[in-house]
Design a protein around this ligand. Structure first.
Ligand SMILES: Nc1ncnc2c1ncn2[C@@H]1O[C@H](COP(=O)(O)OP(=O)(O)OP(=O)(O)O)[C@@H](O)[C@H]1O
Length: 319
């Protein structure tokens, strides 16, 4: 089986506001995608489009309002907390800020030995050290430089590599990386995403890369999905999605990437925060209000996904 993760019609509704001004946000709406073995799949989109909510659901931190999540063919969206523990070995995560992953008053190597003990991976210290060396080697950090150090003794890039090594301790099949390079120096960003490619190729690791940075997404992804207001609007091979974008929103995003320097962060905020709520609640296509190609139907009905040239596009232009 090549399918590692399957997400089908995922939905998450949050209720916001107080008793007298209660409103609903459909943070994730009818989202479907799958991640294959040894594939880097990217969820890209601007802040607030629902990427982290999806990651939280996959990791069991949030319950979906609807839909199905399958890992290696087994449903995991409704499993019990004790079953989650074994799944934690298989699905690991790294987050945006490596400095908040580790307690500043604790030596980083303690986390490694503790994890190996808690998961029952190593029984004695020599065995544990061998595994730690191996995982650090995989991310390009020398064991001697890592031992007996506090988080503040590392640079952001180094600590992010170390948090990837920690995630590898359990030999996971799937790594969820939520904005892993957005706090890393621009000059080091590519070297970290390069590491993802290396881990994919060497260990057959599947990676869900979550980002708002289209430059690194283009560079690292096998396939990618563009999200807008809780929905996937375009999904396909990364090259096709970014070189020949079909959805008007993808085109707008692509055109906001500072070129030609691919290492530059994609910073332009295309959308205004105050539009967010209104767009989440919009009937029909959520992008219709600002779409240069909007038609009458776009304001009334939500488009289905159309298959165009190997790409899935949620837009009436492709009816
Ligand atoms: N616990 C919550 N309660 C209410 N609303 C929430 C909650 N978590 C997220 N949201 C809302 O859901 C929407 C999607 O948020 P989410 O964090 O998933 O987006 P994101 O694309 O990951 O953005 P970012 O990169 O800023 O984290 C936003 O409008 C957010 O305000």
């Amino acid at each position: 089986m090549t399918e590692m993760l399957r997400v089908l019609n995922l939905r998450k509704v949050f209720t916001i506001g107080g008793i007298f001004s209660r409103a609903k946000i459909i943070a994730v709406n009818d989202v479907s995608f799958e991640i294959k073995k040894a594939e880097i799949f990217t969820l890209a989109g601007e802040s607030g489009c629902g990427k982290t909510t999806i990651a939280k659901i996959l990791l069991g931190f949030e319950h979906p309002t609807g839909g199905i999540v399958e890992y290696k063919g087994r449903r995991i969206d409704n499993i019990k907390p004790n079953e989650r523990f074994s799944l934690r070995k298989e699905i690991q995560a790294i987050f945006q800020n490596p400095f908040s992953t580790f307690n500043p008053l604790r030596k980083v190597d303690r986390y490694f030995f503790e994890a190996l003990q808690n998961f029952g991976i190593a029984k004695e210290e020599r065995e544990a050290e061998k595994i730690v060396r191996e995982k650090l080697e995989a991310v390009g950090v020398a064991y001697e430089e890592f031992r007996e150090k506090y988080p503040s003794e590392f640079s952001g890039g180094q600590l992010q590599r170390i948090s990837i090594a920690r995630a590898l301790l359990t030999n996971p099949s799937l790594l969820i990386a939520d904005e892993p390079v957005s706090m890393v120096d621009a000059s080091l960003r590519m070297s970290i995403v390069n590491l993802f490619k290396d881990l994919r190729d060497r260990f057959g690791l599947s990676i869900l890369y979550i980002t708002h940075d289209l430059a690194t997404a283009y560079y690292v992804s096998d396939r990618m999905a563009i999200m807008f207001r809780g929905e996937i609007v375009e999904l396909g091979p990364a090259e096709k999605v970014l070189q020949e974008p079909k959805h008007p929103y993808t085109r707008l995003l692509r055109d906001s990437v500072p070129e030609p320097d691919p290492s530059k962060r994609w910073t332009s905020k295309v959308l205004l925060a105050e539009q967010e709520h209104e767009e989440y609640l919009r009937m029909g296509c959520k992008f219709a209000g600002r779409c240069p190609s909007a038609m009458e139907i776009c304001k009334r009905e939500s488009p289905i996904h159309y298959e165009v040239d190997g790409v899935r596009v949620k837009c009436f232009l492709y009816r």
